[in-house]
Write a protein that binds this ligand. Structure first.
Ligand code: PEP
Ligand code: MG
Length: 588
């Protein structure tokens, strides 16, 4: 169910649609951030010029490292609390700079292909873009922006910066092909009303920064830059993912009224940070955070999450460009565990699909159903053991649980537990320090496991329901394919029955059942999920307050009744209507 299902606005002319990535509404003039990649000088060089280009490149690298450190401090100062988390973007960038692989190839290209330094940087970015374009996970895919950001910095250092040409005194809407952290940090926060871009999605930095700055953002707007000009008056609707160009007065007035409501709502929400996750009839529940990097972790801490319910571990591997060593991994996990301690961290093992570290030997027709994730890891057992050792070592510093993704059978669970045991024994015999009795669980995201839930519970310490994939696999609908997105229905009764089956099995066997798919963080779904018996939710950090807010409206009795009714219904449309009428949300 999308937010559009709940509210249809009156629309003006010249409407553009994109991905709503940060809520709120902004109105004002637009300025366009130029893309430096389309202004890069590229030319061949002679042998005797190689040394000169290499020297320029070395100097640029030093300057960029220095500039990243400066931005790190600036962001902390500008954004207060959020700045701490956002500033972590720059730590990530420093580590990319230090990754010898990334830069050594840039040097190599100057020398071997005999091209100037900026051309070599550009060519390296293009190579990485190609690698990232094959990644399926939308979150990881957007990490290419980190690489592009560094590329931008290097090119700017080599040829001078592109000015943000914006002659207006008032704050403006900032538009661009994409907006990397560097772009966003260069523009003063007080000068920005909203971000809109042609590329990027929910997990790109412009989106994450916009959410932390509390300004709207609509990204991924096709042909944006060919449809707007500097100085156009725009409405940016971050709730609906809409941008209206030069709208008529009545539309502006309507949006103004809406804007006031949203502002008031935001102010109220902040007061919930320190409040417990609880319903008015005294039902406490666990509200944890999904994280994929240090920045998410800082948001999770700021919003006082009850722990990390899902730590997706793929990103450092992708940024690192190689399968990370035990040492490299354990350092990352240790950081997260220590920072979250005494609250728990559920670390998920690698969930790559068709990726370069765990590739099948031939192209796959259906990579989502192919050689990926846990099934590949069980074949590449040494790699699995390295990650497990790293996780165990981090468990010496706080509460850790191990979570395996994409498990599809009880046999796999048994094989995994066997490997876990082997690793524990090895560590013990090597006298390595680690937490004893680390719980081992699996994602329930393949329907076969949800169906077998009663048996499954005997084999695991806990489970986490991953509805993003569970919906995809149950309904046979690609979660990232626009052509069939209308069929991707988390409210399909079959999904509710599977969730109910898992919750029941958890209760029977006294095993904890959490939910960590996107729907867990959408307040519209909360009453129904709560009514189905779920009491552990792991959500994007920014969704924590909205869930606490809706929880204050629900009671066990009413939500149980809603869930029972929903389970008897025939279609997602009916169920959607039921939850809309039971809990109409005013502010989204
Ligand atoms: C899921 O499938 O619901 C999930 C949380 O995992 P991911 O989105 O990483 O596949
Ligand atoms: Mg999944």
């Amino acid at each position: 169910m999308t937010r559009e299902a709940f509210k249809k606005p009156k629309l003006g002319e010249k409407l553009m649609k994109g991905i709503p990535t940060s809520p709120g509404v902004a109105m004002g003039k637009v300025c366009i951030h130029q893309d430096i990649f389309s202004h890069v000088p590229t030319y061949p060089i002679e042998d005797h010029q190689i040394g000169f280009e290499i020297k320029k490149l070395k100097k640029a690298i030093e300057e960029v490292e220095e500039a990243i450190r400066r931005d790190h401090d600036n962001v902390r100062r500008q954004l207060g609390y959020g700045g701490y988390g956002d500033a972590e973007i720059f730590s990530t960038h420093l580590s990319i700079m230090k990754d010898s692989h990334f830069l050594s190839e840039v040097f190599e290209k100057v020398a071997t292909q005999k091209i100037n330094a900026t051309a070599s940087v550009l060519s390296q970015i293009k190579r990485y873009e190609e690698v990232f374009s094959k990644i399926e996970d939308p979150y990881l895919k957007e990490r290419i922006l980190d690489i592009r950001d560094i590329g931008k910095r290097l090119i700017e250092s080599l040829i001078g910066p592109m000015e943000f040409d914006c002659p207006f005194n008032d704050a403006v809407i900032v538009a661009g092909l994409e907006l990397t952290p560097k772009d966003t940090v260069q523009i003063k926060k007080e000068r920005v009303l909203a971000f809109i871009t042609e590329q990027g999605g929910r997990e790109s930095h412009a989106a994450i920064l916009a959410r932390s700055m509390g300004i709207p953002a609509v990204l991924g707007i096709g042909e944006l830059l060919s449809r707007i000009q500097r100085g156009d008056f725009l409405i940016v609707d971050g709730n609906m993912g809409l941008v209206v160009i030069n709208p008529p007065e009545e539309v502006i007035q309507e949006y103004r009224r809406n804007q006031e409501k949203i502002k008031a709502h935001r102010r109220n929400l902040a007061s919930l940070i320190a409040s417990p996750a609880e319903t008015p009839d005294g039902q406490r529940f666990k509200l944890m955070a999904n994280i994929g990097n240090m920045m998410d972790l800082e948001f999770a801490i700021h919003y006082q999450a009850d722990g990390v319910g899902l730590f997706r571990t793929e990103l450092p591997f992708i940024i690192g460009g190689h399968f990370l060593s035990e040492e490299e991994q354990s350092e990352i996990y240790r950081k997260v565990v220590k920072r979250m301690s005494p609250k728990e961290v559920i670390i998920r093992t690698l969930d790559f699909g068709g990726d370069k570290f765990l590739v099948s030997l031939r192209p796959e027709k259906n990579p989502f159903l192919g050689y990926r994730s846990t099934r590949a890891f069980l074949k590449e057992k040494e790699m699995l053991k390295i990650q497990l050792r790293a996780i165990f070592r981090a468990s010496a510093y706080g509460k850790v649980k191990i979570l395996f993704p994409m498990v599809s059978s009880i046999e796999e669970v048994r094989q995994l537990r066997k490997v876990v045991k082997e690793v524990e024994n090895e560590l013990m015999s090597q006298q390595v320090d680690f937490g004893k009795g680390v719980p081992v669980g699996v994602m329930v995201e393949v329907p076969s496991l949800a169906i077998m839930a009663q048996k499954l519970m005997k084999e695991v310490d806990f489970v986490s329901i991953g509805t993003n994939d569970l919906v995809q696999f149950t309904l046979a609908v690609d979660r990232d394919n626009d052509l069939v997105s209308h069929l991707y229905q988390p409210l399909n009764p079959s999904i509710l029955w599977l969730i109910r089956n898992v919750v029941d099995a958890g209760n029977v066997h006294g095993k904890s059942v959490s939910i960590c798919g996107e729907i867990a963080g959408d307040p519209h779904y909360f009453p129904l999920l709560f009514g189905l018996g779920l009491r552990e939710f792991s959500v994007a950090p920014v969704a924590i307050l909205e869930i606490k807010e809706i929880a204050r409206l629900v009671t066990r009795e009413k939500t149980t009744h809603i869930a029972e009714k929903a389970l008897e219904m025939d279609s997602s449309k009916e169920i959607e209507r039921l939850i809309m009428t039971s809990y109409p949300l005013k502010h989204t």
